[in-house]
Design a protein around this ligand. Structure first.
Ligand SMILES: *[C@@H]1O[C@H](CO)[C@@H](O)[C@H](O)[C@H]1NC(C)=O
Ligand SMILES: *[C@@H]1O[C@H](CO)[C@@H](O)[C@H](O)[C@H]1NC(C)=O
Ligand SMILES: *[C@@H]1O[C@H](CO)[C@@H](O)[C@H](O)[C@H]1NC(C)=O
Length: 362
């Protein structure tokens, strides 16, 4: 589709627009299931012009194929009996003066399917062509939660008469919807998005002068995190002051990035983010005060989820110093987190605090 719009090909038959235009079909009596090429030819007698010509083919009043194109030929890969009818072509220069060929009757000799209906390229009405077409996405930013509604609004700044809007998915342009309205904006909705709706989208608008295309707009479908599971060190292993335990929190599902926060009772130990999903861990140097319940929270902006509490008992060994070895000091992505051993009440944690904003509270 994109390709078709930028196709620049001027066939030998290009001539001044005022000449007589003739449509021919090859073969003129095609067989069902075979291909047919329509050729829009100017019987030019005067010199060639540099003007860029555009052509459009019609069958029984409906435009065929992609609408206006710089190619004076249109290949219909397979024709069927239903494709029999009255055909004509139109030619226009950039000056928007259009010429129409006389109609020709094509009878397809002797199945089902019909010619692809075109996206409007009627003889241009007196008016203003559509311009500055843009695609607006709701929710803004194109981040939409799985199962929620996505609205794609196709807007033109100006353009008179009925405007045919089309929405496309992916750079290859899967046509999602086409509708004609006498307004400068039209909307297309996907009521409940799924993962496969994460794509780039664009739209076109055409009021008879050929389609104008919008920019590509990215849409990302995001899903909320599931309830995370916290593991604290080796389950069941005895731990002593001075040991380092790894707290690991992981939500099985949820779109990245996910921010994890670790809690001891109601106190935040620190946070760690998983930029591309998965879990995150946090190392904690234990003191005797670190017994108690631990929990974690996963948050990707679509509603935080809290894990179940996991109890930890630090077996007291009064004879051992509780000042951890520097290598036990936590450094998650930020090796410079080397605060001195400060005894905070009721616990002392060495958290790899990332500069991440706090997304929620327990
Ligand atoms: C083109 O359309 C966009 C979106 O509607 C609008 O913000 C912008 O002002 C328009 N540009 C011009 C030149 O009108
Ligand atoms: C925690 O410690 C373990 C083993 O000592 C190490 O493999 C892991 O990378 C550390 N994790 C963090 C977040 O520093
Ligand atoms: C940890 O949680 C359990 C169950 O929620 C509770 O019975 C227990 O008292 C808690 N322990 C501490 C030290 O708060």
């Amino acid at each position: 589709m994109l390709l078709g719009l930028v196709l620049l090909m001027c066939a030998p038959a290009c001539g001044p627009a005022r000449e007589v235009l003739l449509l021919t079909a090859q073969p003129s009596r095609p067989k069902e299931g075979s291909s047919m090429t329509l050729i829009c030819e100017t019987q030019a007698t005067s010199q060639k012009t540099d003007a860029q010509l555009e052509f459009c083919f019609f069958k029984d009043g409906r435009a065929l194929g992609q609408g206006w194109s710089s190619s004076p030929k249109l290949l219909l890969p397979t024709v069927w009996r239903e494709d029999s009818g009255s055909y004509w072509c139109e030619e226009k220069t950039t000056a928007l003066r259009a010429t129409r060929s006389p109609r020709i009757q094509i009878q397809v000799q002797d199945n089902d399917a019909s010619v692809v209906p075109g996206r409007g390229c009627g003889l241009p009405p007196e008016g203003i062509p559509v311009w500055n077409v843009s695609l607006e996405v709701q929710p803004p930013g194109g981040q939409v939660q799985k199962g929620k509604k996505l609205v794609l609004i196709c807007l033109a700044t100006q353009g008179t008469g009925d405007i045919t809007f089309s929405w496309y998915k992916g750079t290859l342009g899967l046509n999602l919807e086409t509708k004609t309205q006498s307004s400068l904006a039209a909307k297309f909705e996907i009521l409940a998005v799924t993962d496969s709706d994460t794509e780039k989208y664009y739209c076109t608008a055409d009021n008879g002068y050929g389609p104008s295309i919008s920019e590509l707009v990215s849409v990302t479908v995001r899903s909320p995190v599931s309830r995370p599971v916290l593991t604290v060190g080796e389950p069941g292993a005895q731990v002593f002051p001075g040991d380092v335990v790894e707290l690991r929190c992981e939500a099985q599902s949820g779109s990245a990035p996910i921010l994890y926060r670790f809690y001891h009772e109601d106190v935040t130990l620190g946070s760690s983010s998983a930029p591309s999903g998965g879990g995150a861990s946090f190392n904690l140097s234990l003191t005797a005060e670190h017994s108690g319940n631990y929990s974690c929270e996963a948050d990707n902006g679509l509603g935080p989820q809290h894990s179940e509490a996991v109890p930890l008992t630090v077996t007291g060994r009064a004879d051992l110093g509780v000042i951890p070895h520097p290598r036990h000091l936590l450094s998650q992505n930020q090796p410079s987190c080397t605060a001195a051993h400060v005894q905070t009440s009721p616990l002392s944690a060495y958290g790899g605090q990332e500069g991440t904003s706090h997304l929620g509270n327990p």
